[in-house]
Design a protein around this ligand. Structure first.
Ligand code: XMP
Ligand code: MG
Length: 183
């Protein structure tokens, strides 16, 4: 785990930590207005959304509750399979809750569209999505995403929670992973 190794494994920083934190403040201010007077339940999608959830939830004024769901659609590769499995379900009953799903990235959109369908049957008062990153070129299915942090090009990215084979999640910025790492 040498810094020099990591340097050679990323080609370009796309979004810096500073830009991310500024964006989270901006989105949090909007969410605070949109959910004024409502009880908000944040649902983080493990594991990629851990960093977004940590910083976004603390940027929100007032009280929120938090829950987590773990799904997998990727294995250890870099392409969505479209086959989604629940690895850990929510602990919370969604009935009458205002739910905001917190996601790291929308790539094909397959994972989120599956999640939204899954949540629709659980009786929530509302379900919306905040994704820190979205790859517009990659969308295979349309996902109604109310809040988006950054539109990024169709490259495999790591950092700020995003991994390749469980590595790079602790990088502070979001960066493009060098193709030689996974090809
Ligand atoms: P889909 O394609 O279903 O993907 O929208 C959703 C999940 O796939 C992961 N993902 C990525 N992870 N770099 C990553 O480290 C990427 O470029 C990337 N694209 C998708 C991610 O977990 C996301 O929630
Ligand atoms: Mg994810």
């Amino acid at each position: 785990m040498r810094a020099a190794d990591v340097q050679s494994e990323i080609t370009e920083v796309l979004v810096t930590e500073e830009q991310i934190l500024a964006k989270l403040e901006e989105v949090a201010a909007q969410v605070a207005v949109d959910y004024a007077g409502k009880e908000l339940l944040l649902v983080g999608v493990l594991k990629g959304a851990v960093m977004v959830m940590a910083d976004f939830s603390r940027a929100l004024p007032g009280e929120v509750t938090m829950d987590w769901m773990a799904v997998s659609s990727y294995g250890t590769g870099t392409r969505s399979s479209g086959v989604v499995q629940i690895r850990k379900d929510l602990d919370t009953d969604l009935h009458d809750k205002h739910v905001l799903i917190v996601e790291d990235i929308i790539d094909s959109g397959l994972t989120l569209s599956w999640l939204l369908t899954n949540f629709a049957s659980r009786g929530a008062a509302s379900v919306e999505v905040f994704a820190l990153l979205r790859k517009p070129d990659a969308a295979k299915v349309h996902v109604d995403c109310r809040y988006v942090g950054f539109e990024i090009p169709n490259e495999f990215v790591v950092g700020y929670g995003l991994d390749y084979a469980e590595k790079y999640r602790n990088l502070r910025d979001v960066a493009i992973l060098a193709p030689h790492v996974y090809s």
